[in-house]
Structures are given as C-alpha cells and as structure tokens.
Design a protein around this ligand. Sequence first.
Ligand code: HEC
Ligand code: HEC
Ligand code: HEC
Ligand code: HEC
Ligand code: HEC
Ligand code: HEC
Length: 379
Amino acid sequence: MSHQLFKVQSLLNLSFLALFLFSCIAGTAKSSDSHSGKHSRSDVKQGERYYKGLLPKASPNPSCVSCHYYKPADTINWNPASIEIAELYLNKSSEDLEEVLLSPFGKVMSVAHANIDVPQDQIQYVKAYMDNLAENGLPKDKPSFLKLLLFLLIGGVMTWALLDLIFFHKVKFKAIPILIILLALGYQLNMAYEAAVKLGRSDTYQPDQPIKFSHKVHAGDNKIDCMYCHHTADESKSANIPSTSLCMNCHIVVREGARSGKFEIKKLVEAYEEGRSIEWVRIHQLPDHVFFAHAQHVGAGKLDCAQCHGAVEEMHILKQENDLSMGWCLNCHRETKVDFEDNEYYQMFDEFHKELSEGTRDSIMASDIGANECSKCHY
Ligand code: HEC
Ligand code: HEC
Ligand code: HEC
Ligand code: HEC
Ligand code: HEC
Ligand code: HEC
C-alpha cells in the first residue's frame, strides 16, 4: 500500500516536471523567434522604446500604449487596440504612419495625436515595432530558471516527507509529513497549471466584438428603438442581429463617432462595400434542446426587452443579464400575469374568459395557459 503511494507520487512528480520543462522549451522557442526577418532586432527594440514611452528622459506626453492597449480593459476602451493598428499598417509604409502621427485627420485623431513625441526620423523604428507586433504578437513571459529550481526543491521536500511517512518515521506526528505532502502537491499543481495555461495563451488582445458597437450610444444617447434594429422580435423566433446595410441607413452619413473617431465606423463601411457581413460574437445561447421564441414573449406576451435583457440602453459592452436557466423561465411563467382582456392571442381560452367575467378568478399566469408544460420548451 505504502509502496504504491510512493510510486504514484514519483509518477506525478515526473509528469509535472515533464510538463514544466516542455513549457519552458516551448516558451523560449516562441520568444526567440518573436522577431521577423523584415526588420533588424535593434530597430524593433528602438521602436518599442518610443511606442511604450520607455525613454531615458520621461516625456510629459502620453505614449502610444497608454491609448493603444494590449490587454482587455474593464470598461470599453474606444481607442483602437495595438494589434488592430499594427495589422492595419502592416501593408502600409512608414510614410503612411508618419502622416497619421504628424498630420492627423478627423476630429478625434487630431486631438489624440496632437502631442506625439516621436521625432520624424525615428518613425521607421516605431513602424518596425508595429510590424513585429502584427506578425508575432507580444513576446511571451519566459519561464525562469529560478522557478524550475523551486519546482524541483518542492518535489524534493515532498519526497522526503513521503519517505519519512513510509520508512523512517523520524517525525512523531504523522499529520506533519501528510500536511507537507499536501501543501507541496498543491503548490506544484498550481505551478504546472500556470505553465500549461501560459503555453496556450496569446497575449495580444483583440476586442471581443469585431466592431465596438455600443448600445448605450445607439439605444441610449441617440434613442434608437430596439425594434429598429431587432425588427423581427415581435413576429419570429429570433430577434435577429441587424445587417450591415441596416447600419448604413445612418452611417452612409455618420462617418465619425465622438469616441472612436473614424476607426470603428471605417470597418463597417469597408465590410459593407466588400459585401461582407460582420461576424458578431453571439452572447445569449440556449442549448439545442430548448425552444424559445421572441414572438411569444414580445408579440403575444407584450413583454419589454428589459425584463429579460436588463438595461441594455446603458451598456457600451453588451452583457447577459440572466442565466437563461430552466428555473428562470419557469419562475417568470408562474409570476407573470397575461393580459387577457384585450389580447387577440387568448381568444381560444373560453373557460378562463368565463371564470374571469364571473369573478371566480382574478388573474391568469403564463403557467396557467400551459407555458410550463415540458413539451412547450423541449422538442
Ligand atoms: C443600431 C442597431 C441596434 C439597436 C438600436 C439595438 N441593438 Fe441590440 N444589437 C445590435 C447589434 C449590432 C448587436 C450585436 C453586437 C453586440 O452584441 O453588441 C446587438 C446585440 C444585442 C443583444 C445580444 C445578442 C446576442 O448575441 O446574444 C441583445 C440582447 C440586444 N442587442 C438587445 C437590444 C435591446 C434590448 C435594444 C433596445 C434597448 C437594442 N438591442 C437596440 C444592434 C442594435
Ligand atoms: C422572455 C425573455 C425575453 C424577452 C422579453 C426578450 N428576449 Fe431576447 N433573448 C431571450 C433569450 C432566452 C435569448 C436566447 C435565445 C436562444 O439562444 O435561442 C434571447 C436572444 C436575443 C438576441 C440574440 C439573437 C436571437 O434572437 O437569438 C437578441 C438580439 C435579442 N434577444 C434581443 C431582444 C430584443 C430587442 C427584445 C425586445 C424587443 C428581446 N430580446 C426580448 C429572452 C428574451
Ligand atoms: C438610426 C441611425 C443609426 C444606425 C441604424 C446605426 N448607427 Fe451607429 N451611430 C449613429 C450615430 C448618430 C452615431 C454617432 C454617435 C456619436 O458620435 O455620439 C453612431 C456612432 C457609431 C459608432 C461610433 C461610436 C462613437 O461614439 O465613437 C459606431 C462604431 C457605430 N455607430 C456602429 C454602428 C453599427 C455597427 C451599426 C449597425 C449594427 C450602426 N452603428 C447603426 C447612428 C446609427
Ligand atoms: C491620446 C490617445 C492616443 C495616443 C497617445 C496615440 N494614439 Fe493613435 N489613435 C488614437 C485614436 C483615438 C485613433 C483613432 C482615431 C480615428 O480613427 O479617428 C488612433 C489611430 C491610430 C492609427 C490608425 C490610423 C488610421 O489610419 O486609421 C495608428 C496607426 C496610430 N493611431 C498609431 C499611433 C502611434 C504609433 C502612437 C504613438 C506614437 C499613437 N497612435 C498614439 C489615439 C491615440
Ligand atoms: C419575463 C418573464 C418570462 C421569462 C423570463 C420567460 N418567459 Fe416564456 N412566457 C412569458 C409569458 C408572459 C408568456 C405568455 C405569453 C403568451 O404565450 O401569450 C410566455 C410564454 C412562453 C411560451 C409559450 C407557451 C404556450 O402556451 O404556447 C413558451 C414556449 C415559453 N414562454 C418559453 C420560455 C423559455 C424557454 C424561457 C426561458 C429561456 C422563457 N419562456 C422565459 C414570460 C416569460
Ligand atoms: C419554460 C420553458 C421550459 C419548460 C416548460 C421546461 N423546461 Fe426543461 N429546460 C429549459 C431550459 C431553458 C433548459 C436549459 C437550462 C440550462 O442550460 O441551464 C432546460 C433544461 C432541461 C434539462 C436538461 C438539464 C440540464 O442540466 O441540462 C432537462 C432534463 C429538462 N429541462 C427537463 C424538463 C422537464 C422534464 C420538463 C417538464 C416538467 C421541463 N424541462 C420543462 C426550459 C424549460
């Protein structure tokens, strides 16, 4: 029994070590080739200093990264992400870059790029850094040699505790070596997990949606009705996501936003002109075995979008408000009265109409008309 435990422990230790070593090797391989043949390594480095504002003499002006971000922000960041501008300029020249930096166009960019600090003759290096970013992403964190040593040390302590528990019995209380083993195992698992996660992660962030479409700007500030864009919600199963041509009803004229400038709307216009649709990332998704129709709720039930989707008109980034669980559906059906009096959909419920008019019943819930029967929601 004890011997088996020992074998299991050594096996675990070995497999962790293998994973850790593998991640070290994969990590270094990635970071050593993270510069392209197009530009020399020193050009890229020099450009990085300007891009990140890491100059010897600290500049009072914002660096490129302070606006063009790498990582997701907690709130919406209206400036284009670094990876987006880098990709956009990969096939452009450093003269093109010079143009937007030194003589920016548009209301938003002429303010944002007003205090750019990069000297004209250095812009080619910033371009080199951006090209490198577009081609290779951000360099990965290299796993350090110290970490590997720590990993081995913890493995050693664990082995000692196990040996003591099984053979030596030097420590009087069995609880102590057991505690050490558990702690060490936990720590190693955590290290291995982190190494494994790093292995698969890309560090260069792109916004969650292909275009920074804001419901607050449209449905909130500009008071556009939900049904203008989601116009099938009252009569069909799906509420529908608007097509680029619907967006163009307005954006044929509106070519610059107060927050994002021309950048985001330009993506829309280009997609429209090339006949591409925007690949919006879906947020709400019921499992396949559930049937849900907007028509029953918005059309027949006359429910407000907000009852299920919350205050969408206040969201820059759309969030799912409810968990869409079965309990959520059933509870609402039990608690929500259906407006029987003047709704053509309920003509067929003669019995209920009679009870209502005779006063033997004062209200009818959605569940009363069968909304909580399994077959209504499950095929
Ligand atoms: C100008 C057009 C427009 C208007 C007006 C609009 N939406 Fe949208 N809506 C969109 C687009 C585009 C998306 C996809 C991008 C996204 O998720 O932000 C979307 C997505 C959604 C989604 C998420 C869909 C999913 O993927 O699960 C919900 C819910 C939604 N809208 C509800 C509303 C509500 C409620 C209103 C009114 C308060 C509203 N919308 C007004 C265009 C619009
Ligand atoms: C009774 C709750 C409820 C109401 C009311 C409701 N929705 Fe939804 N909505 C949902 C659910 C649930 C989904 C997910 C559907 C799925 O995955 O099949 C959804 C999905 C969506 C989607 C994604 C596309 C789709 O149809 O699957 C959009 C857009 C949307 N709703 C907009 C609206 C708008 C606009 C209104 C008001 C006019 C509205 N919804 C009213 C529950 C509701
Ligand atoms: C009914 C008119 C209308 C429709 C339809 C419309 N928009 Fe807009 N949109 C506007 C207006 C007006 C602004 C300018 C808001 C501002 O600058 O404050 C705007 C701004 C924007 C912005 C920039 C926001 C900012 O402040 O920087 C983006 C991006 C955008 N719209 C995308 C879309 C997309 C994508 C669609 C289609 C799903 C769409 N719009 C449909 C009227 C519309
Ligand atoms: C104060 C914020 C801010 C700073 C600092 C900043 N930018 Fe920008 N940048 C923006 C905004 C906002 C836009 C989009 C404006 C628009 O499209 O109207 C933009 C757009 C761009 C674009 C895309 C231009 C195009 O053709 O659409 C490039 C490239 C760019 N910036 C590079 C840089 C570089 C390089 C630096 C550093 C030297 C920098 N930016 C510093 C805010 C900033
Ligand atoms: C905000 C309250 C609310 C929520 C949440 C809700 N429903 Fe409903 N539902 C209603 C009301 C009210 C009706 C009655 C409208 C009608 O059929 O005329 C209804 C009716 C239905 C019906 C039609 C029943 C019939 O008799 O034909 C189905 C199916 C249904 N809901 C499915 C769902 C599913 C699936 C969910 C969860 C994903 C859900 N509902 C969430 C309020 C809600
Ligand atoms: C009003 C709509 C509605 C009705 C009525 C309903 N369900 Fe569901 N059911 C759902 C939804 C929505 C889910 C998906 C829940 C999720 O993904 O968390 C679900 C999921 C399930 C699941 C899968 C559980 C899981 O964890 O994935 C089973 C089994 C199930 N329902 C059985 C039933 C049975 C049996 C009945 C009748 C007593 C019933 N349902 C009635 C909406 C409904």
